[in-house]
Design a protein around this ligand. Structure first.
Ligand code: SF4
Length: 386
């Protein structure tokens, strides 16, 4: 908290207008459709990543120890840094997105356009789902391969069902996916825009499109009260929630009220504290500086994650039952791990707060579909420049 306060003070009192200026999002951006060769390369990469995901799923059932380590201690720890640096890559290869968009690629989807209001409601459901699922990791998912497999299977069934009904990413990736709020919080200053390896033509399924809008953040859309709440919960709540999650050890006991309370107590407390702090600071800073405030909370969230996760993976956790990926406890001194966590924190604050925003979207919007050029949704979108 002290670090956030110091960074905020610095950012708000050291004038550097270029860092606060918001370039109009109507600025011309390249529209590009992948060549057949490009499509083939991306399909191969997607197939490989999907196979990795499928292998983890099978391991969760038949070799739970391996599956749990691969999912929670390898794949998930890499994800936040990837979302910060190159969110477009994750958007192109996420195994769940591949499954969700399978009906659309095979032309089996009803291709319905989801209303902005339903998307906003589902986005709120997504962040609440995240706040429920993550603490349950301590109680069950971190240690029970079958339960984790059921969780992934349920998400897969929901996402593919939505893919059969709604067009492109509106049914899952841009609405109901519980990782999407985190993508929007961390992915505000991506390295470069990748080609869109899913949508071959844009039909404006989501406005604003999170993939194609440069420097998006969770409060970019304020159309409905649901957008407003999900934005506040994501930006303000996530850093404290992450801190709270790491204050609780994995439970080996039964699923009962006492264990549930222990699991949720600290994450919810942390969520409330940073949400309150965010609401307070939001009132204090002027509109121009609001983006800097959001960036500070994004950097605090991802830094907090690695602050606790790196030592735990390397054998320096304060909880004896944490899974260790590479035990360095008797090899390197504790201060060297501390230096690594300080460096990762400095890196994320530099990347998200101090580094100049480069006005890059996660992926490049493909050409608009002909019919989309005449529909009402597109008109709204063009007015907003998304
Ligand atoms: S590029 Fe167009 S079709 Fe694809 S997700 Fe964005 S708005 Fe939807």
């Amino acid at each position: 908290m002290l670090f956030i306060a110091l960074v905020l003070f610095w950012r708000l009192h050291v004038p550097n207008p270029s860092l606060f200026m918001t370039k109009p999002i109507t600025a011309p951006r390249p529209n590009r459709t992948l060549s057949p060769g490009g499509v083939l390369v991306w399909r191969i990469v997607q197939a490989l990543v999907w196979l990795i995901g499928m292998s983890i799923f099978i391991c969760l059932i038949f070799y739970p120890k391996v599956g749990l380590i691969a999912l929670w201690n390898v794949l998930i720890p890499v994800a936040p840094a990837l979302l910060v640096v190159e969110g477009g890559l994750w958007r192109n290869v996420c195994p769940l997105a591949i499954i969700n968009l399978f009906p659309r690629h095979l032309n089996l989807s009803k291709k319905k356009i989801m209303s902005a209001s339903l998307q906003a409601k589902l986005q709120l459901v997504a962040i609440i789902a995240l706040f429920i699922i993550v603490p349950l990791r301590h109680l069950i998912f971190n240690t029970n391969g079958e339960a984790t497999a059921i969780l992934l299977f349920t998400a897969t069934v929901v996402s593919v069902s939505m893919g059969f009904v709604y067009d492109w990413k509106s049914g899952w990736c841009n609405s109901l996916c519980p990782v999407h709020p985190v993508e929007k919080l961390y992915g505000g200053n991506t390295l470069f825009s990748m080609p869109n390896a899913h949508c071959d033509q844009c039909i404006n399924c989501s406005v604003p499109c999170p993939d194609s809008t440069p420097n998006l953040h969770p409060s970019s859309s304020k159309k409905t009260v649901y957008n407003h709440f999900s934005g506040l919960l994501t930006i303000g709540g996530l850093p404290g929630f992450i801190w709270g999650y790491f204050q609780v050890p994995d439970q080996s006991g039964a699923i009962n009220y006492q264990n549930l309370f222990t699991d949720f107590e600290m994450p919810v407390l942390g969520l409330c504290i940073t949400l309150g702090l965010y609401l307070l600071l939001k009132r204090l800073v002027n509109k121009k500086s609001e983006r800097a405030l959001i960036n500070c909370f994004a950097a605090a969230g991802v830094s907090c994650y690695y602050w606790f996760r790196i030592p735990a993976l390397l054998g320096f956790s304060k909880f004896s039952n944490d899974v260790v990926l590479l035990n360095l406890k008797n090899t390197v001194p504790q201060w060297s791990i501390f230096i690594i966590t300080v460096l990762t924190t400095l890196f994320f604050f530099w990347w998200l707060v101090f580094r100049k925003r480069n006005h890059k979207s996660w992926v490049i919007r493909p050409e608009f579909a002909k019919e989309a050029k005449h529909n009402k949704v597109l008109k709204v979108s063009l007015q907003q420049g998304s």
